[in-house]
Design a protein around this ligand. Structure first.
Ligand code: UD1
Length: 429
């Protein structure tokens, strides 16, 4: 298994191109199941999760092509994938495939909406809490599907098609909103989704669905209204920039000090997190097509944060911010409200010398003067990258094992950091 070796201490200087958002690309790919025409997606990141989903969709009979590079394009431009779900031969997503990635469960929505039946294994994905799918099932049932759970599979049927309905989510769920939105586009009549997730990835999915012919209003707000149509067509859409990748590199620069321009991204996608970084003593300046992150000389100030649905502080940046706070002046309280078990990085950060105390949903991080390199183990996607951020300032050598977690969500991580001066390399094996 590959490992990543980092020798800490080098400040970061230069520029980092930000990839398309994994969490938008996955639902967009799944949306291609809603039409028999071709959906062309640009700026798709090169990630293991994207390949896993392509494998699952190939199993259904979906054809895909990955466009070759055009003149002037570099590996930094993102790839263009064309998906055509004309001859769907199977509507079953088996355990072996779905268990590797939670988002693949969402295929249940377009399959049910277009074909009237779907059988999808209960999901797996990062081990960050119980992560149920009851609200996704509730949304489909509200739209008139009959749902049965049998042998670890969710089996949905709607032989006469789905019907528009009112869906009130008792809590904000990104997955639930994606599922409700996709299913409602082909339902008969009007669907109102209340307490909808306002994450930019939901608005991006809606924008693409509208290009495909869907009638959607209010995406990006907490009430979305969808008027069903009888069919959707092909479209061409570019995936929005990855706000979590943007925030991760911003925190890496805040940690090491230095001056880096994050390119092809939009600061407003992560305004809350960037405001928090500013409070910690980092300079954040929007640029044309990106954001410049600088910390020179001054120390890191402790800041308290609580994770919240968008536009709050994202749970997907919690681990990275905790890594930064391990070197702050003072104690920071980090409260996790989205997932109950998302603190697996704490014990690994402690191996590097971090002082962190857990109490219920909160971690109290007492800043220390220095971290010391050590072998550590990646436990989930965002936790792994928090170890990279800590390793970038730790004295000596840090090796991170189980790098496959990182490959699920960070495109060319070592190359992007190395071009800014980090001493980081992948050890194959
Ligand atoms: C969540 C995050 C998303 C992040 C992703 C991966 C939020 C609101 N969502 O999305 O930003 O990118 O994890 O880390 O921050 N829930 C239920 N029943 C359900 C579905 C969800 O109780 O059927 C609960 C979850 O346990 C969780 C909350 O609702 O406490 C939000 O879950 P949800 O947004 O659906 O999770 P993801 O879509 O995985």
């Amino acid at each position: 298994m590959d490992r990543i070796r980092i020798r800490g201490g080098a400040p970061l200087h230069g520029s980092i191109p930000i990839s398309g958002a994994k969490n938008a690309a996955l639902p967009l790919m799944i949306a291609s199941l809603l039409t028999d025409e071709t959906l062309e997606l640009g700026n798709v990141p090169r990630l293991a999760d994207i390949s896993s989903l392509l494998r699952i969709m190939s199993n259904f009979g979906v054809d895909h092509t990955i466009a070759g590079r055009r003149p002037g394009q570099t590996t930094e431009t993102g790839q263009t994938i064309r998906l055509t779900s004309r001859a769907v031969i199977d509507t079953c997503a088996p355990y072996e495939l779905v268990s590797t990635m939670r988002a693949s469960f969402w295929v249940i929505a377009p399959l049910l909406a277009r074909f009237g039946h779907a059988k999808v294994s209960m999901p797996g994905g990062c081990a960050i809490g119980t992560r149920p799918v009851d609200l996704l099932i509730m949304a489909l049932a509200r739209l008139g599907a009959t749902i049965e759970i049998d042998g670890g599979y969710v089996i949905g049927t709607a032989p006469k098609g789905l019907k528009g309905a009112e869906i009130d989510f008792p809590k904000v769920t990104v997955g639930g909103t994606h599922v409700a939105l996709m299913a409602a586009t082909l339902a008969d009549g009007v669907t109102v989704i209340r307490n909808a997730a306002r994450e930019p990835e939901v608005a991006d999915l809606a924008a693409c669905l509208v290009k495909m012919g869907a009638k959607i209003e209010g995406a990006g707000t907490s009430e979305i209204v969808v008027t069903g149509v009888s069919r959707l067509g092909g479209a061409s859409h570019d995936v929005l920039p990855d706000r979590i990748e943007t925030g991760t590199y911003a925190m890496a620069v805040a940690m090491t000090g230095g001056d880096v321009v994050l390119e092809n991204t939009r600061p407003e996608l992560l305004q809350f997190a960037l405001d928090v970084l500013q409070q910690s003593g980092t300079e954040v300046t929007p640029t044309f097509g990106g954001v410049r992150i600088r910390r020179n000389g001054n120390g890191i100030q402790s800041v308290d944060v609580t994770t919240d649905p968008f536009p709050g502080f994202p749970t997907d940046l919690q681990a990275q911010f905790m890594a930064l706070m391990t070197r702050a002046n003072g104690t920071s309280r980090i409260r996790e409200t989205i997932f109950e078990n998302r603190f697996m990085h704490v014990q690994e950060l402690a191996r590097l010398g971090a002082q962190i105390r857990l109490d219920g949903d909160s971690a109290y991080v007492e800043g220390v003067a220095g971290l010391k390199g050590a072998p550590v183990m990646a436990t989930d996607l965002r936790a792994s990258v928090s170890l990279v951020i800590a390793g970038l300032v730790a004295d000596g050598e840090t090796t991170i094992n189980r790098v496959y977690h990182l490959d699920r969500g960070f495109e060319a991580l070592e190359a992007k950091l190395a071009r800014c001066g980090a001493e980081i390399e992948r050890l194959r094996g």
